[in-house]
Design a protein around this ligand. Structure first.
Ligand code: HEC
Ligand code: HEC
Ligand code: HEC
Length: 143
């Protein structure tokens, strides 16, 4: 009889990335969502560029007017530092960080890659302090 061994985290991750690649392609083709960037947005790009994804643009004020600071910075454990949370997709899908809400119940879920990964490739992790320069990749352009 064969021993049962659960899939390793590495294998799960590889499966996720394969699935994700298909979805990214699909959502690219269908052109989901409008992205905006404004003063105070946080660009999170510890891993995205290296993984061939656009950097994440987190619209801080959009969320701040909807939730108390405590929801994210105490209950969900977000540190007060742009890029300071070592977020990755395994954690998001597992319901941590953005995934605590972007789960299809509180807010739209993770298959909407381009809603979060909306930055211009090559934009470093930062708090956006310009009201003039755009962070967001114009719609319809190649990544
Ligand atoms: C709710 C927001 C959100 C959505 C939706 C989302 N991501 Fe992410 N993703 C993040 C955040 C935040 C990070 C961390 C960014 C960084 O530090 O570079 C990240 C990181 C990544 C990374 C690099 C780290 C890793 O886990 O390998 C990849 C690849 C990635 N996402 C792919 C995807 C794909 C593909 C989709 C759609 C199936 C997707 N993401 C949807 C928020 C999101
Ligand atoms: C929906 C979740 C959420 C809420 C609500 C929220 N934040 Fe944040 N905050 C974040 C995330 C995500 C980051 C970026 C963390 C990262 O890059 O890993 C951040 C970063 C920060 C930073 C560091 C970057 C900067 O702009 O200087 C400060 C300070 C901050 N938040 C303060 C607040 C305050 C004050 C409130 C309430 C008025 C608040 N946040 C509400 C999620 C939230
Ligand atoms: C406490 C819950 C919560 C957390 C945590 C959270 N979001 Fe959201 N987010 C929401 C809600 C609710 C909406 C509005 C959904 C809607 O309009 O249907 C939203 C909308 C958004 C939008 C769209 C803004 C717009 O202009 O329409 C983006 C982009 C986004 N979130 C990114 C993120 C990223 C990236 C993270 C993690 C760094 C994150 N969110 C964490 C609750 C959350």
């Amino acid at each position: 009889m064969d021993d049962y061994s659960p899939p390793s985290p590495g294998r799960l991750r590889a499966l996720f990335l394969a699935l994700a690649a298909c979805m990214a392609l699909l959502s690219g083709l269908l052109g989901t969502g409008d992205a905006h960037a404004e003063y105070g947005d946080v660009v999170i790009n510890n891993y995205s560029d290296a993984a061939g994804m656009r950097p994440v643009v987190f619209p801080h004020w959009f969320h701040r007017i909807r939730y108390r600071c405590k929801v994210c910075h105490a209950d969900l454990g977000f540190k007060f530092k742009a890029g300071g949370n070592e977020i990755n997709m395994v954690k998001v899908i597992d319901g941590q960080f953005c995934g605590a809400c972007h789960n299809g119940e509180v807010a739209w879920s993770v298959e909407n890659c381009n809603m979060c990964h909306s930055g211009k490739q090559g934009t470093a992790t930062q708090v956006h302090e310009s009201t003039v320069n755009s962070l967001v990749q114009p719609k319809g352009s190649k990544p």
